[in-house]
Design a protein around this ligand. Structure first.
Ligand code: FUC
Length: 757
């Protein structure tokens, strides 16, 4: 199946219909207008706020030491058990000053003046990472092509006409801000300025190269007339640097100039070839076939006709949605820039929703859930770098606000090391964020088993744990160590020991102790604290998993956050099939199938971990029907990319799980996917897995192993006749217990499990 999104109309709404391309640092959206192209573009570091902001900046730390305020809240919670968030915020919160927001770089316009187009098509080829527009106007077939090259550090585009001399257009730039100067010289547009808020310097250059015809500069634009074809390359940058406390580096001019010059010298075709090769090296690692082939229907209509009922067209859309999630992660998260923000890298506004920031009470973490299982581990490099960059400011916040060791991050952050608190009562307090952020670092190790990597992230994990060693308090009611004050994200009252807080600390301590063991170290302080930690897992009056330590859950509450199921996913504290898993199921069922885009995406993952593939599929259907736009972007609403990436991870969880140390193949296959195949999924333990199934049963499982040692594999086919074969087709000795087999795997080998005697 050629994974392509396509439309027979130009985009009329940026949010609903534009098609995204990106190389991590740069992003652009293609509208495909006939009278003119609007190529809205971004550079990931173009942010207001931070040091130098005219509003001032304090990383969110308390500006004056408030000795006693935290202790006062803790004492109140010891006495009364709970406090409304507004009251806690009054006592502990501070206005967020100079937080800033992610900015658009503006729009590149390619004015053609064409009209009355026929044969219109706009597409995004996920396999190539190329967007295209084509139509006929005035008897001439016009084609445009755009891509964002990671190796070339540029966005490039080519325009052509099928009649010699048939291409004329004007290239210009517009921005919603007036803080820049645009000049044209020798066919190169230079956009240069500094953000009024914080003085951040920015520059973009666009070089136009025309074949045939003429090219001239006209003030702030470049005009091409009577050409056969033309191409342009664009690079943009700022003087942002991810270095505390100043966050400024080199002026972007030289870097941008070099990238544009090099791309022009390379030439369009070579640039495109290098891009497609680079993109394919990531994208082609995984394929998913759910039966249905993509029908000859534009993607917006395919989505509108989607019912979730398991028709071939539905299956095709679901497989496309999965491929798109992988495409999006590649496009918005490559080494060398900031991680994916709430909108990936794409933003057309100066005041995007939630500043298009890094929300750390679910959203940033969710964005990276597919990185390992969907075989895109490299895309987590910017996440790792970002988390590392939060350690120093996070230490200052830990010392200043809590008087403790370690580092801390709260509910949300920006590129300027914002690790303190906000003023919004129901979203200001979440000191568990740093602990949760380290989960992906340890999981990266569990998937790839790279001990050198573990050695580099271990100090970050360990220091996050030391923060909690210092800040846990004995609950006066039972002496267990609890987080206090503690707040189940954006929901309910403050209390001591809310389930999610405890589960996150449990997860962190467990990971740190495992990592220490893998590196031959020991952490007695962490071990002792874990032994006394309240694990945050209790069954309540109606069979639910408690969200708080007190039984306050309301069975009619359908709040979008289901934070107390962290232990089920992305944690690994709840065993499938256990009494706690049943309690989690009761809680999840009560929360219902509604929610925002990301909430539905998380529920796919939860149901997958509960081994209920059909309910997980129902959530995928809810997301595609109610929380997905024409361009298949997730909508909260508004547009938020986390839902795309969370759903992509959820689809992978339906097909393969490994969190408990067993390679669990097709653990939650929906009945809507009776036959299909997937290749290239990753399991923890450095295993790459292909599966083919029909009649809802696996017929063949291929395991490529990256390490030597015992390998455990579970699948229901192992209860019937099967053969386990090595690369040479020889049978491999193994033991079996129920549907799980164990055998001695060798690094660099390939094993096949085939149904039948
Ligand atoms: C979390 C969520 C909101 C929204 C915001 C960006 O705080 O609770 O729904 O997604 O992040």
């Amino acid at each position: 199946m050629a994974a392509t999104l396509w439309y027979d109309q130009p985009a009329t709404s940026w949010e609903n219909q534009s098609l995204p391309i990106g190389n991590g640092a740069l992003g652009a959206t293609v509208s495909g207008g006939v009278a003119g192209e609007r190529l809205q573009f971004n550079e990931k570091t173009l942010w207001t706020g931070g040091p130098g902001s005219r509003d001032g900046y304090s990383s969110g730390d308390w500006t004056s030491p408030r000795p006693g305020a935290l202790a006062e809240v803790q004492a109140r919670l010891d006495r009364d058990g709970r406090m409304p968030p507004e009251e806690v915020a009054r006592m502990l919160g501070r206005p967020r000053i100079g937080y800033g927001a992610y900015q658009t770089f503006g729009d590149l316009h390619l004015d053609t003046g064409h009209h009355d187009a026929t044969g219109y098509r706009r597409e995004l080829s996920l396999g190539e990472g190329v967007a295209r527009v084509a139509y006929t106007a005035g008897g001439v077939r016009h084609t445009r092509e755009y891509f964002a090259s990671h190796p070339g550090h540029v966005i490039a585009g080519r325009l052509a006409a099928d009649r010699p001399g048939g291409l004329s257009f004007t290239l210009r730039h517009t921005s919603p801000r007036d803080d820049q100067r645009v000049t044209a010289r020798d066919g190169r547009l230079t956009i240069r300025g500094a953000l009024a808020d914080n003085g951040l310097r920015f520059e973009a250059q666009v070089q136009v190269v025309a074949l045939g015809g003429s090219r001239r500069d006209e003030g702030d634009r470049v005009v091409v007339a009577g050409a056969d074809s033309a191409f342009f390359v664009l690079c943009a940058g700022t003087d942002y640097a991810p270095v505390h406390p100043g966050y400024r580096g080199e002026d972007p001019h030289d870097r941008v100039t070099r990238a544009v010059d090099a791309a022009v010298a390379q030439g369009y075709e070579a640039l495109l070839r290098a891009h497609v090769a680079d993109h394919r090296a990531l994208f082609d690692r995984v394929t998913l076939d759910l039966g249905g082939g993509l029908p000859a229907v534009p993607t917006d209509r395919l989505r509108a006709a989607y019912t979730g009922g398991g028709s071939p067209d539905d299956q095709a859309l679901e497989a496309l949605f999965f491929a798109y999630g992988r495409y999006l992660l590649i496009a918005c998260s490559r080494a060398g820039s900031l991680p994916a923000n709430l909108q990936g890298v794409w933003n057309e506004a100066t005041d995007p929703p939630w500043a298009a920031d890094y929300h750390t009470n679910i959203n940033l973490q969710m964005a990276y859930w597919p990185a390992e299982p969907a075989n895109l581990a490299e895309t987590a490099a910017p996440y790792d770098a970002y988390v590392a960059s939060l350690v120093e400011p996070g230490r200052r916040t830990a010392a200043g606000m809590f008087g403790s060791r370690g580092w801390v991050v709260h509910n949300e952050s920006n590129p300027y090391g914002f690790t303190g608190v906000h003023d919004w009562a129901t979203a200001f307090w979440f000191p568990e964020a740093a602990a949760w952020l380290t989960q992906q670092l340890y999981d990266h190790y569990r998937f790839g088993l790279d001990r050198d990597y573990l050695r580099t992230v271990y100090p970050i994990m360990r220091e996050a744990a030391l923060f909690w060693v210092d800040n846990l308090r004995p609950d006066p009611r039972d002496g267990r160590l609890v987080v206090s004050p503690s707040y189940s994200p954006e929901h309910g009252d403050f209390s001591a020991g809310a389930s999610m807080s405890q589960q996150i600390v449990f997860d962190l301590f467990t990971n740190v102790l495992e990592a220490a063991a893998a590196l031959g170290e020991d952490e007695p302080e962490v071990r002792q604290a874990l032994a006394r930690l309240d694990p945050g897992l209790r069954v309540g009056g109606w069979g639910q998993l408690l969200e708080w330590k007190g039984d306050w859950d309301d069975p009619d509450d359908t709040h979008r956050h289901v934070s107390h199921l962290f232990a089920l996913h992305p944690g690994r504290q709840i065993e499938p099939g256990s009494a706690l898993a049943e309690a989690a199921r009761v809680s999840l069922a009560a929360r219902g199938d509604g929610g925002t885009g990301w909430s539905k995406a998380w529920k796919i993952n939860f149901w997958a971990r509960l081994r209920d593939g059909d309910h997980a599929h129902r959530m995928l259907a809810e997301q595609l029907r109610g929380s997905t736009l024409d361009n298949l972007w997730d909508t909260h609403p508004p547009f938020q990319l986390d839902g795309n990436l969370g759903a992509t991870a959820g689809i992978a969880e339906l097909l393969l799980q490994s969190q408990t140390g067993v390679v669990d193949v097709l653990p939650a296959l929906p009945s809507a996917w009776p036959a299909g195949s997937v290749t290239g999924l990753r399991a923890r333990g450095a295993v790459t897995v292909d599966v083919t199934w029909s009649g809802s049963t696996a017929s063949e499982i291929v395991l490529r192993t990256g390490s030597t040692g015992p390998l455990r594999v579970r699948n229901s086919m192992l209860t019937g006749p099967y053969r386990l074969l090595d690369d040479a087709g020889e049978r491999v000795g193994h033991t079996r217990s129920g549907s799980t087999i164990t055998f001695a795997a060798g690094a660099g080998r390939c094993y096949r499990i085939v149904a039948g005697a």
